[in-house]
Design a protein around this ligand. Structure first.
Ligand SMILES: [Zn+2]
Ligand SMILES: [Zn+2]
Length: 189
């Protein structure tokens, strides 16, 4: 469920040369929201488990293409990856059909996590803040629906998240629950 208290999510690159606002229709749910452990996504983002969310282009203002710092790199015959040419932040994945995915880590902290409020508590674990998560989308957006390219997972570490998993892409095969080790046991029976 997308939080009905707010209908926009903001994000941008590290240097803020690229900023965007996504306006989500009431009740909208992402068709695609998942992690990808393919080597391209890893290399492009520098993250072991990048998470991408499919967003209709028309929800994004201003469009990525209209922003001067935004550049794309053709990473495959049918795929492009968008980044900020000033600070190097990796932002998007696109296919030639025009489908846009945005790397979830480029969304603003306030929209993902919430806002720090009040006084911090000094504890033996360091400062602990209270969070006002009203209006944030963290719960709705951070929960990946599924995970692709799990054949590249680090067994026991990056194959243990909740949600359906796929060896490579989602098409034409069944997803599985649990980790690679359990799957091996089943295959070898
Ligand atoms: Zn930038
Ligand atoms: Zn990928």
């Amino acid at each position: 469920m997308v939080n009905s208290r707010t209908k926009t999510v903001k994000g941008g690159c590290l240097c803020a040369a690229i900023r965007f606002t996504i306006t989500l229709p009431e009740g909208w749910q992402p068709e695609c929201n998942g992690t990808c452990q393919c080597t391209q996504c890893r290399k492009f983002t520098g993250a072991l488990v990048p998470q991408n969310i499919g967003i209709p282009k028309e929800y994004v203002e201003p469009s990525f293409d209209s922003q001067p710092s935004y550049k794309t790199y053709q990473s495959g015959p049918k795929s492009y990856r968008g980044f900020c040419s000033t600070c190097g932040s990796s932002l998007t994945f696109m296919d030639t059909k025009g489908q846009l995915w945005i790397h979830l880590g480029s969304f603003d902290e306030e929209d993902l996590v919430g806002r720090k409020v009040g006084e911090a508590y000094e504890t033996k674990w360091g400062k602990i803040w209270e969070w006002d998560a009203s209006g944030s989308f963290g719960q709705e957006l951070a929960k990946a629906k599924d995970h692709v390219w799990v054949e590249n997972a680090v067994p026991g570490v990056t194959d243990v998240m909740a949600g359906k998993k796929y060896m490579c892409g989602r098409e034409g095969v069944e997803g599985f629950e649990g980790g690679l080790m359990e799957l091996w046991k089943e295959v070898k029976q």
